[in-house]
Each structure stands twice: as structure tokens, then as C-alpha cells.
Design a binder for this molecule. Structure first.
Ligand SMILES: Nc1ncnc2c1ncn2[C@@H]1O[C@H](COP(=O)(O)OP(=O)(O)OP(=O)(O)O)[C@@H](O)[C@H]1O
Ligand code: NI
Length: 311
């Protein structure tokens, strides 16, 4: 059974120019102990999707559909019920440590706060657990580091603190948003290993531009474009045998695969292209792609692709 079952999820924002349809009829499942990578170019709706699961979107957002977590619809929980789940069972490793860590609190105290909030431990115990979490995140001299402020730590160290904080309450489901963004290659490789080790045996949604990192950490990968999922398969299949022309283009645009960008620009989320949203940029577009919106076509081995070519 799926631990998380997202059914026909929509997240829209009003704007002076019209309704921004950031997430459009998304269906996704994450099983127990499964790590799903969510990739796609900037502005396609990845963060909005993650934030709708943990219900941290601003109240101006209109969210519809179902997000079934362990049998209950998160969209129907009260704010208080949601607050209880957040951190304790569902945790988030946020995108930007510089803005997410409190600059005036020692990092050990910030982690201890999460622990005492969710586990009801006393101050001293919580602090000891915080140091253990920093050790688990491979921070050398964890005890000394716990007494430092965020500005005293390097970017990679701060990311480790974010990971330690996100996992401090031993959540069963983790959402990580761009955990490797802005790190140099060596630090990135270390963080990828750390996330992989620390999330083994948990379920995770990992949002990233970094397909290589997703390939190393995730079991499955879903590809998002203009608010929709266009392709989903095992990580290995997405990397080695992608079927959707967008996924193929996305992979060719990676530095490691020749850096050939997809021509054209990201579509408007207010007035997306008719038919297949990718058709204006697709080298294989046919007449039908301009007029009809493709459904997800099921291929073999849990692979699906929203493309008329894949029928
Ligand atoms: N609070 C908001 N109000 C209005 N529009 C928003 C809001 N948050 C996000 N959006 C819009 O929703 C769309 C999707 O944004 P989102 O942040 O989910 O993209 P993303 O895929 O995470 O991109 P990136 O890879 O750059 O992080 C964008 O067009 C963005 O401008
Ligand atoms: Ni984002």
C-alpha cells in the first residue's frame, strides 16, 4: 500500500494576470521506504507540490484534490492536527539554509527545539540528542559545533545541520527541496551520500534539478513540466531509457551529457499551450499534440509517459 497517495492534486494562485496553475491534476504515489525524485526545470511547480503536501503554502493558494497519507487525507486535517504531523511524522529539509536557520540561535539549540517539541524530552536530553544528530550527519566535533551560530558554519556544514534538523524527530516521510543546491562538487557528493544513508528505510520526496543526485538517492523519478507529471519510472529507466521527449531533452541539457539546452522557453502557467504542454518545444510534435491533451500512457514495469508517441 502507498504511504502517500496524491490524487488529482491542483494548486493555483490568483495573480493580477490571471490564475497561476502551478500544480495541475498531479497523481503520484510513494510507497513505504520508497524515495521518489521530482525533477523538472525552474518554475514547473516542484516546490509548490512539496509545500502542498506539508500544507505550508500561503493561504492565498487554492489547493484541491486528495493527499492520502497513511489512510487520512491531509487536506482535511485541522491546522492543529497538521502541526502535530509536521516534524513528527512528515518533515521537510528546506531549500535554503541561510534563510531557514535562525541566525541568533545556536544550531544545537535549534535542533534540540525540534526534538523537545515533538518528542517531549527535557532540555538536557534534547540537547544530547541534537549532538547525536549532528554526529549522524557526519559533522566533526559535533559538541563544539552545536554551540556555534549558523554564520560560523560553511555552506556544506549548514546543509548538514538542515538535514540533521529535518530528521531529528525520525519522521517516516521526508520532503527535501533542493538539498544540494549551491554546493561545490565535493560537498555535493558528500551531502548526496549523507542523504542516501540517513533516509534509508524512510519514504522521501526529493525535489531537485540534479538528476545525477536523484539517480543516486532515489528509487523512482517523476518528471514535472508546467505543473504536470510527464513521465515516471524507476530512476534507472529515467536515466537510461527515458521515453518522453521532454525527459530526453532534459537529460541532453545536463553538463555531463553535452549541455544541449532544450530550445524555446518554459510555458506560461496562466495560459499553458493547448494539447500537450510540451508540443511547442518538442522535436517530434504531430498534429494531435497541438489539439489533444495526452493522458499518462502506461508502459511496462511501472513506467508511464504522457506522450502520444508512447502509445
Ligand atoms: N506564493 C505564490 N504566489 C503566486 N505564485 C506562486 C507562489 N509560489 C509559487 N508561485 C508560482 O508557481 C510556479 C511554480 O513555482 P515553484 O516554486 O513550485 O517552481 P519550482 O519547480 O520549485 O522551481 P525551482 O526549481 O526554481 O525551485 C511559479 O510560476 C511561481 O511563480
Ligand atoms: Ni523550487
Amino acid at each position: 500500500m502507498a504511504m502517500l497517495d496524491i490524487i488529482d492534486l491542483k494548486a493555483h494562485f490568483s495573480s493580477p494576470d490571471g490564475l497561476v496553475k502551478a500544480v495541475n491534476s498531479v497523481d503520484l504515489q510513494i510507497k513505504d521506504n520508497e524515495r521518489l525524485g521530482l525533477i523538472g526545470e525552474t518554475g514547473c511547480g516542484k516546490t509548490v507540490l512539496g509545500m502542498s503536501i506539508i500544507r505550508l503554502l500561503p493561504s492565498s493558494a487554492g489547493v484541491e484534490g486528495q493527499i492520502i497519507y497513511n489512510g487520512q487525507d491531509l487536506l482535511h486535517l485541522t491546522e492543529e492536527e497538521m502541526r502535530q504531523l509536521r516534524g513528527r511524522e512528515i518533515a521537510m529539509i528546506l531549500q535554503n539554509p541561510t534563510t531557514s536557520l535562525n541566525p541568533v540561535l545556536k544550531v544545537g539549540d535549534q535542533i534540540a527545539e525540534v526534538i523537545s517539541l515533538h518528542k517531549g524530552l527535557g532540555k538536557k536530553e534534547a540537547k544530547a540528542r541534537a549532538v547525536q544528530m549532528l554526529e549522524a550527519a557526519m559533522i566533526p566535533e559535533a559538541e563544539r559545533r552545536a554551540d556555534q551560530y549558523p554564520h560560523e558554519l560553511s555552506g556544506g556544514m549548514k546543509e548538514r545541520v538542515m538535514i540533521a534538523m529535518g530528521l531529528a524527530s525520525h519522521p517516516s516521510f521526508v520532503i527535501a527541496d533542493e538539498p544540494t543546491k549551491g554546493l561545490d562538487a565535493r560537498t555535493k557528493a558528500e551531502i548526496v551520500n549523507l542523504i542516501r544513508d540517513m533516509t534509508t528505510g524512510r519514504s522521501m520526496l526529493m525535489i531537485t534539478h540534479d538528476l545525477a543526485a536523484a539517480g543516486e538517492i532515489c528509487d523512482r523519478i517523476a518528471v514535472m513540466y508546467a505543473g504536470e507529471i510527464l513521465e515516471e519510472a524507476s530512476a534507472e529507466t529515467i536515466l537510461n531509457d527515458p521515453q518522453h521527449p521532454y525527459t530526453q531533452g532534459f537529460i541532453r541539457s545536463l553538463p555531463s551529457r553535452g549541455l544541449h539546452p532544450i530550445s524555446g522557453s518554459s510555458p506560461s502557467l496562466i495560459d499553458p499551450p493547448s494539447g500537450c504542454r510540451f508540443h511547442p518545444r518538442c522535436p517530434y510534435a504531430m498534429e494531435v499534440c497541438k489539439s489533444e491533451h495526452p493522458q499518462m500512457m502506461r508502459l511496462e514495469n511501472g513506467h508511464s509517459s504522457r506522450c502520444f508517441l508512447c502509445g
